[in-house]
Design a binder for this molecule. Structure first.
Ligand code: ADP
Ligand code: MG
Length: 234
């Protein structure tokens, strides 16, 4: 692994998960999905989260992003203890410190490519110029420097995912979470997205957790977590 950012220390833990459980309510019953998850990720590391469909990968990513609350246990991202934050603070935490890449891209259809990428910068208080400048740089990095004014629905799936990757990085988040980012793409396009994730994220010394079915993604990661029966196998 090559890190170009000397401020990054892999021995320093960025994400700590301890005893996390989560159930979903089904009528008057609770169905446990996570039954006691423990894990740690060091700064600048890339971890692949494997598990069959329905094993709880998205559930775990949503908890780490602060989109939902664990029933018990703790999730700490750098100095942020998510279970101690109230809802508005969790929203701010997510907006400021998490970059999320979704399987289905989730770009805003009424905004141009450049506007989609710049938006998280502006939401985090960067000036319009600064946000735009960062967005332009990132779009160049993902090879879409000539598509600033296009709308998402005129792009291919792979192009939309490249926009989504640029958007996930624009506000310089602590942690990138990607939920099956190659799951909706053909294998060659998926490989390109994987290369970009690996390079653009690692070049910045960002920490990356990717939920995936793909063994190829797992092979590129520094560590693999496998979700099975609500627990992590290492
Ligand atoms: P994965 O991402 O690994 O496919 P999920 O985390 O999406 O798995 O789902 C884990 C389990 O929790 C599945 O059985 C799914 O049906 C269930 N589940 C997910 N979200 C909800 C929800 N909002 N309400 C009820 N059940 C849910
Ligand atoms: Mg999922």
């Amino acid at each position: 692994m090559h890190l170009e950012n000397p401020a990054i220390h892999p021995e320093r833990t960025l994400l700590t998960i301890r005893g996390v459980t989560h159930s979903y309510r089904e009528g008057d019953r609770l169905r446990p999905v996570l039954r006691g998850i423990d894990g740690e990720i060091g700064e600048g590391r890339f971890v692949a989260l494997l598990g069959q469909s329905g094993s709880g990968k998205s559930t775990l990513l949503n908890l780490i992003a602060g989109l939902d609350m664990a029933d018990s246990g703790s999730i700490i991202v750098q100095t942020f203890e998510l279970n101690r934050l109230r809802e508005p603070e969790r929203t701010l935490f997510r907006r400021r410190h998490i970059g999320f890449v979704h399987q289905f891209f989730n770009l805003l259809p009424t905004l141009t490519v450049l506007e989609n990428v710049a938006l998280p910068g502006e939401l985090n208080g960067f000036s319009a110029d600064e946000s735009r400048h960062r967005a332009v740089m990132l779009l160049d990095e993902v090879g879409l420097g000539d598509r600033h004014d296009s709308y998402p629905d005129s792009l291919s799936g792979g192009e939309q995912q490249r926009v989504a990757l640029a958007r996930a990085l624009v506000h310089d988040p602590l942690l990138i979470l990607a939920d099956e980012p190659t799951g909706n793409l053909d294998s060659a396009t998926g490989r390109h997205i994987l290369d970009l994730l690996d390079h653009t994220v690692r070049r910045r010394g960002k920490t990356l957790l990717v939920a995936t079915h793909s063994r190829e993604v797992a092979e590129r990661a520094d560590a693999v977590w496998e979700l099975c029966d609500g627990k992590l196998m290492f």
